[in-house]
Design a protein. Structure first.
Length: 315
């Protein structure tokens, strides 16, 4: 049978390119988990994906109710779950004030981390039950949350501090809109959320890999400077960022190429190692990358797991 993969945020950018790359192989049925059904339908059509290779299902990761409803409808669909890709993200680099999810969590961490945390926890049983030879749970990371790299050192840097803002509910009350309890900064909130993504992947690995055989992985696909992620940035930035990445840092990667990289992490028989953060070198060869001290801090990973369980209502 075909493999069955859920990709969140498959209506644009990396998620769409990955959906297309997998659908084209004819070996995968892609469940595009998106908040805007029509946009996803148009995106799939214009990417040339053929109908029998994908299904669009609604999810809004900024609402825990919506995440639960998605899991219910997916389970009722009777489809197996072989691979889950947590890809969707919001980035608000120019926001002056925090905005909030349906349950009142700061939007970037609420969507990118908490929404995906609940989704992957609820779908873990489904993954366990799959009889697919290589089951995987992939959480897309980023270099920007990784302060042991040049790009990860561009201020404001990710820093989760002692997690007091997360422990305080991340709801904007009593200066708790940021995980570290500091002043709101949209760019930093995004980077913090990506550190949570990478820590969550490793915590999943420690808790469940041996027992379930599921491969847990994260990756930095390269700088895909053309995606919608930068839609809220100032126009001058959006104009100059792609050529800057292409000619100066040379970290630029096209959406198509980045999609092939993530598709490899989904399906390549050689990328089955669990607990790994994949990156690609200039020749587009994959390698196991090192994470920053904070993004590999076991104690922090455990605490974030436990605090997140409380916030999403699992504990
Ligand atoms: P895009 O903005 O193109 O894609 C983000 C996707 O997430 C969109 O499909 C968007 O939906 C979806 N999304 C946002 N909010 C929600 C929500 N509340 N519920 C459901 N879906 C939602 O950005 P990219 O493709 O660049 O980003 C994809 C991933 O790649 C992210 O995890 C990002 O952190 C990561 N990444 C990107 C890099 C880059 O250089 N671009 C570099 C490193 C990592 P909609 O279409 O409706 O807006």
């Amino acid at each position: 049978r075909k493999g069955s993969v859920i990709i969140t945020g498959a209506s644009s950018g990396l998620g769409l390119a990955t959906a297309k790359a997998l659908a084209e192989t004819g070996k995968w049925h892609v469940i595009m988990a998106c908040r805007d059904f029509l946009k996803a339908e148009r995106a799939a059509k214009s990417a040339g994906m053929s109908k029998e290779n994908y299904t669009i299902m609604h999810i809004d990761l900024a609402s825990l109710d919506s995440v639960r409803q998605f899991v219910d409808s997916f389970e009722r669909s009777g489809r197996p779950l072989d691979v889950l890709v947590c890809n969707a993200a919001v980035y608000q680099p120019t926001a002056k004030e925090p905005s909030f999810t349906a349950e009142g969590f700061e939007l970037s961490v609420g969507t990118n981390h908490l929404g995906h945390f609940l989704l992957s926890r609820l779908l873990l049983d489904g993954l366990k039950q799959s009889d697919y030879p290589s089951k995987r749970l992939i959480i897309v990371g980023s270099i920007t949350g990784n302060t042991n790299t040049l790009a990860g050192n561009v201020p404001p840097k990710a820093n989760l501090g002692d997690l007091r803002g997360l422990a305080g509910g991340l709801n904007g009350m009593n200066s708790c809109a940021m995980i570290d309890g500091g002043e709101f900064d949209g760019a930093k909130a995004y980077k913090d959320s990506k550190v949570c993504n990478m820590l969550t992947m490793q915590e999943f690995h420690r808790r469940f890999h041996e027992e379930t055989g599921i491969t847990f992985a994260s990756l930095y696909p390269g700088c895909i400077a053309t995606t919608g992620l930068f839609r809220e940035h100032i126009p001058l930035f959006r104009l100059l960022f792609p050529p800057f990445q292409k000619y100066i840092t040379k970290g630029f990667v096209s959406e198509g190429e980045a999609g092939k990289r993530l598709a490899q992490v989904v399906s390549d028989p050689s990328l089955t190692k669990s607990g790994v953060y994949w990156s690609w070198n200039k020749d587009s060869a994959s390698f196991e990358n090192q994470l920053s001290p904070e993004a590999s801090d076991k104690e922090k990973a455990r605490k974030i797991w436990e605090l997140s369980e409380k916030l999403v209502g699992l504990a």
